[in-house]
Each structure stands twice: as C-alpha cells, then as structure tokens.
Design a binder for this molecule. Structure first.
Ligand SMILES: NC(=O)c1ccc[n+]([C@@H]2O[C@H](COP(=O)([O-])OP(=O)(O)OC[C@H]3O[C@@H](n4cnc5c(N)ncnc54)[C@H](OP(=O)(O)O)[C@@H]3O)[C@@H](O)[C@H]2O)c1
Length: 260
C-alpha cells in the first residue's frame, strides 16, 4: 500500500529505543523526514546514527518532555530543521507499577507529567506547525490499561484514561481544522521498559521465561508484541490513507483487553 508519507515531516518523542525507535524507523522507510528526542544524549545519538543508515538525516534533540521549556525548544528545533511539522507522535513514557496502597501523591503527579502533560504540551507546541502544513496529525501512544483498569499499574490506569479522553476531546476540537488525532493503545510489547520490569520483579528468571509468564494468562495471542508490530499502524494512521480516521482508539495488544 502506498502511504504517501514521502516528504512528510514527523516528530517522535522518545525515539531512542523501544516503540518510538521502531516508529521513527518505519516513518523513515516510508520516506518521511524524522526528528526524535529522549533524555539520554548518548543513547539518542547512537539511535540517530543507526536510523540514518536508512539514508536520510535524522534530527535528534535531547529533551525531557516533562519540562515545558524543553518541549517548546524541541518542537521549534524539529520544525525549524525539518522545514515544518505534519506528524506528531507522542510516544515518550514509562511503566510505573504500583498499587493504590503503595503510590504517594508525588508518584501520581510525576506519572501525570510523563504521560498526560507531555502529550498536552507537545501537542500545544506543535499545533501552529501542524496547522500551517494543512493536514496535520497527532498520534498518542497510550496503554490498554486506560480502558481496562489494573490495580497493579494503578497510576498508569488512571493517567492513561485521562490520555484517552485527551485524544478524543482534541480530535473533536481540531477536526474542523482538518487535524486528526488518534490513540494507539499498547498491551504488552517487548522493549527496554520490560527489561527493567524483569530486572525489578523477577531477576531470578530468564527474560524469555518472565515475558512468557506475563503474556500467557493475559494475551489471547499468547505472546508479547514486537515494536515493529506497533510501528506499521502508526505509519498508517499518520498517512493520507487514514484521512477519515480521527478520534479512534486502537489497541495493539494481541487481543488483550476484556471489553467490547
Ligand atoms: N512496551 C509496552 O508494553 C507498553 C505498554 C503500554 C504502554 N506503553 C507506552 O509506549 C510508550 C513507549 O514505551 P516503550 O516500551 O518503547 O518504552 P522504552 O523502551 O522505555 O522507551 C521509552 C522512550 O521514551 C524516552 N523517554 C522516557 N521518558 C522521557 C521523558 N521524560 N522525556 C523524553 N523522552 C523520554 C526514552 O528515552 P530516555 O530514557 O533517554 O528519555 C525512550 O526513548 C510509552 O509511552 C509507554 O508508556 C508501552
């Protein structure tokens, strides 16, 4: 399928590894110009070098999406160097395990900054550029826990529900301007985030054994997803082939999610 992403300009937050890296790679393969950010400079520049092997320059900027000033600077740099912005992928985020009993106010607040306010601020900063391009689009990477509460990931559950509401309401507010907003909700995808969870929760198990044990009872397809299995959908949603899709909330979860 020809996606028509040639020459489109995309910013992917959290593009140094995991799902964000795979999205940046997919967009580059489709001919888009790409900017990425992350907090850790070395990891980011080595990711950018790897991505540039696909044959196009990549704008890589160190930025923490929880810091308003850094977000402003990131978006201006990305738009400046790419010559505008058509696609924003709000991907940067993290897992934050914990129950209601263990989480303090500051844990909820920190998690809201990473998940909700990063999407709010990046979207706000990107909007003037998306408007100028004429067919801008925002894709928010969220979690199915925003739809199916899990008290073991209490902050994620609460904060991703807010992110889903943000995506929908923003799609409604921006629709008349021709700007599409969609949410992609992840179940379990094998990334460095899960390597951290493995180290914290069950270092005595091998990684494969740990992941299989997590997926087996929860995921109808019986396995973790791979980042590339998310990236294809994101590229499609970013493209003109998805020109009538806005306000959608699409799971990439191997069937996980006990709701209709
Ligand atoms: N993998 C899953 O199973 C899963 C499930 C549900 C939802 N998700 C969501 O999917 C997204 C990607 O997750 P992933 O599994 O690919 O995670 P990952 O492997 O940990 O990668 C996260 C990326 O985001 C960056 N990042 C994290 N915090 C940031 C911040 N404050 N400012 C700027 N960049 C930041 C990281 O780089 P630095 O550390 O250098 O900043 C990295 O590039 C996240 O929003 C996550 O919550 C993933």
């Amino acid at each position: 399928m020809e996606l028509g992403l040639q020459g489109r300009r995309a910013l992917v937050t959290g593009g140094s590894k995991g799902i964000g890296y795979a999205i940046a790679e997919e967009l580059l393969r489709e001919g888009a110009a790409v900017a990425v950010c992350a907090r850790h400079a070395e990891e980011l520049s080595s990711a950018a070098r790897e991505l540039e092997k696909l044959g196009a320059p990549v704008v890589a900027r160190v930025a923490d999406v929880t810091q308003a000033a850094e977000v402003e600077e990131l978006v201006e740099t990305a738009a400046g160097q790419l010559g505008g912005l058509d696609i924003l992928v709000n991907n940067a985020g993290r897992a934050h395990p914990g129950t209601f009993a263990t989480l303090r106010d500051q844990d909820f607040q920190a998690d809201l900054e990473v998940k909700l306010f990063s999407q709010v601020r990046c979207s706000r900063a990107a909007l003037p550029h998306l408007r100028r391009g004429g067919a801008g689009t925002i894709i928010n990477i969220n979690a199915i826990y925003g739809r199916q509460p899990d008290p073991a990931f209490f902050a994620t559950t609460v904060d991703r529900a807010a992110c889903l509401a943000l995506s929908k309401a923003l799609a409604m507010e921006l629709g008349r301007e021709g700007i599409r907003v969609n949410s992609v909700n992840i179940g379990f995808v094998r990334t460095p985030q899960w390597e951290n969870i493995h180290r914290l929760r069950a270092p005595e198990l091998g990684l494969e054994q740990f992941l299989a044990g997590v997926a087996e009872p929860e995921v109808p397809l019986g396995r973790f997803g791979e980042p590339g299995e998310v990236a294809g959908l994101v590229a499609f949603l970013a493209s003109s082939r998805a020109s009538y899709i806005s306000g959608a909330s699409i799971d990439v979860s191997g069937g996980m999610g006990r709701y209709v």
